[in-house]
Design a protein. Structure first.
Length: 154
């Protein structure tokens, strides 16, 4: 299992190199990097704070990762999620899925992100340039994406 929750930024290339080192059975690597945007609903964003429930968050990420590995026969996978205060342009999350073939790698990465957005216990607070702050609520589109995995092989 390869799951980390941390405040420090990550190096995408270094993480990918570590994950795939010595595994010549990997034929495909799919990755996703989530970043802090500089706006939300057209309003300028100055920062985002991510909070989590230590221990519970890691356990849920490990559960999600194990399910993805089983479901898509992944050779390796990685989830790195940052917490703390972030600025526009900062990295938030890195997901890497490795498999023998591209379809499994793509599907594994998409599955991991869909479930991260809906099941992982993170809380996000956005601070706008005008000083307003709000906690981010769940999006119906994220729930629908995760639900699609339950109703089809996507």
């Amino acid at each position: 299992m390869s799951v980390r929750v941390e405040t420090a930024d990550f190096d995408i290339s270094a993480e990918m190199a570590r994950l795939t080192a010595g595994n010549t059975g990997i034929g495909a690597v799919a990755s996703f990097v989530g970043k802090v945007r500089d706006h939300v609903e057209g309003a300028p964003l100055t920062s985002m704070t991510l909070e989590h429930y230590a221990g519970m968050t890691e356990a849920e990420l490990e559960r999600i990762e194990a399910e993805a590995q089983r479901r898509f026969n992944l050779s390796a996978s990685l989830i790195v999620h940052r917490v703390g205060d972030l600025k526009p342009g900062d990295n938030i999350v890195l997901v890497i899925a490795c498999a023998s073939h591209r379809q499994a790698a793509f599907a594994g990465a998409e599955y991991l992100m869909d479930y991260l957005k809906t099941r992982a216990p993170f809380w996000k607070k956005e601070v706008l340039a005008n000083g307003d702050a709000r906690w981010v609520e769940a999006h119906e589109s994220d729930d629908a994406a995760a639900m699609a995995w339950q109703t089809s092989e996507k």
